[in-house]
Design a protein around this ligand. Structure first.
Ligand code: SF4
Length: 321
């Protein structure tokens, strides 16, 4: 194992597995050292996420309460009106968010819907917020339209390793996801791409996900690491709980392998103690979603987050993080 902190695209699976196996204090030390070389260590990027079109998705992602295939009690809703989204964006901005993410439960956007999303993107951007969207698979032309509308980031997660992917989703391939990521990148939009931990994958799969992210050129600017939220009615509703230390290790390894990416502590914070979240920040996580709801699952309320950030002496990062 050599020096850490360089941006590399040649990480091997074995090397990343070795990182996962380091004694916890060593792993945390390396992750914290890399983090401090690239970022102001007490800053956290704050994003706000709104579900602009909820439920009724034809895809079969085993973790997702928005799939029409599972009885999860999520009520399908139509695509929101632009004004409704704008009101939410204003509220998020005054609560301290620098980026506003709009999520739609689609396999891919239809042309008519994309038109409205482009309007939303342009209007949110005009408020002085960074814009992000997650709308499913995109063609090259659709990515280009979103870029023209002013989209800064596109989220499209790889979810897990190429090997384990088939156990989680069967309605589209890993390559489909990589193709969308390439279209987003080619359009000049920043890439937000990560995965979910706790879906029954092993350490080799976690390493496989991180190696795949490291092979993207350039690395995704934003890397959300989610802890599975086990929703009743989904195939993973009764998955075994993940050991929080294992989760912290994943954050630390992501920080070392993707030194310049903002690593987002995403879904699952509602079930995490303050101590575990503090360890995640120490491991190099430097972004969170702010607001009481993450699409359809609960997230800590703004007051609770505010108190935690104050307790830890963390402050919001300016735009561009
Ligand atoms: S994760 Fe996205 S694509 Fe998969 S079922 Fe949920 S909304 Fe649909």
């Amino acid at each position: 194992m050599t020096t850490f902190g360089a941006v590399r695209h040649d990480w091997t699976h074995a090397e990343v597995c070795t990182l996962f196996a380091l004694p916890f204090p060593d792993l945390m030390f390396h992750a914290q050292s890399v983090h401090r070389r690239q970022f102001e260590p007490c800053e956290v990027q704050i994003s706000s996420l709104l579900s602009i079109k909820t439920g009724g998705c034809p895809e079969d992602c085993a973790y997702c309460p928005q799939s029409a295939r599972y009885a999860t009690g999520v009520k399908p809703e139509k695509l929101m009106e632009v004004d409704t989204v704008l009101n939410e964006a204003r509220a998020a901005k005054s609560a301290g968010a620098s980026r506003f993410c709009m999520g739609a439960a689609w396999r891919e956007p239809k042309e008519r819907d994309l038109e409205r999303v482009c309007e939303m993107v342009a209007s949110v951007k005009a408020l002085g917020l960074e814009t992000c969207a997650t709308l499913g698979m995109l063609t090259r032309a659709q990515a280009g339209r979103l870029k023209t509308a002013g989209l800064d980031y596109y989220n499209h997660n790889l979810d897990t390793s190429p090997q384990y992917y088939g156990a989680i989703i069967t309605t589209r391939t890993y390559q489909d996801r990589l193709d969308t990521l390439a279209h987003v990148r080619d359009a000049g939009i920043h890439v937000c791409c990560g995965g979910i931990i706790g879906m029954g994958e092993d350490i080799g799969d976690r390493a496989g996900l991180i190696v795949t992210l490291a092979n993207l050129r350039p690395h995704p600017e934003s890397v959300p690491i989610n802890m599975l939220v086990r929703v009743e009615g989904t195939p993973l509703g009764h998955a075994g709980a993940i050991d929080p230390i294992e989760f912290v290790r994943t954050i630390a390894v992501a920080r070392i392998v993707l030194p310049k990416s903002v690593v987002r502590l995403s879904a699952g914070r509602e079930d995490m103690s303050e101590a575990v979240q503090a360890l995640c920040f120490l491991a190099g996580a430097n972004s969170i979603f702010y607001g009481p709801k993450l699409l359809t699952t609960p997230n800590p309320g703004r007051d609770r987050d505010q108190r935690l950030l104050e307790k830890l002496g963390l402050r919001p990062m300016a735009q561009g993080g």
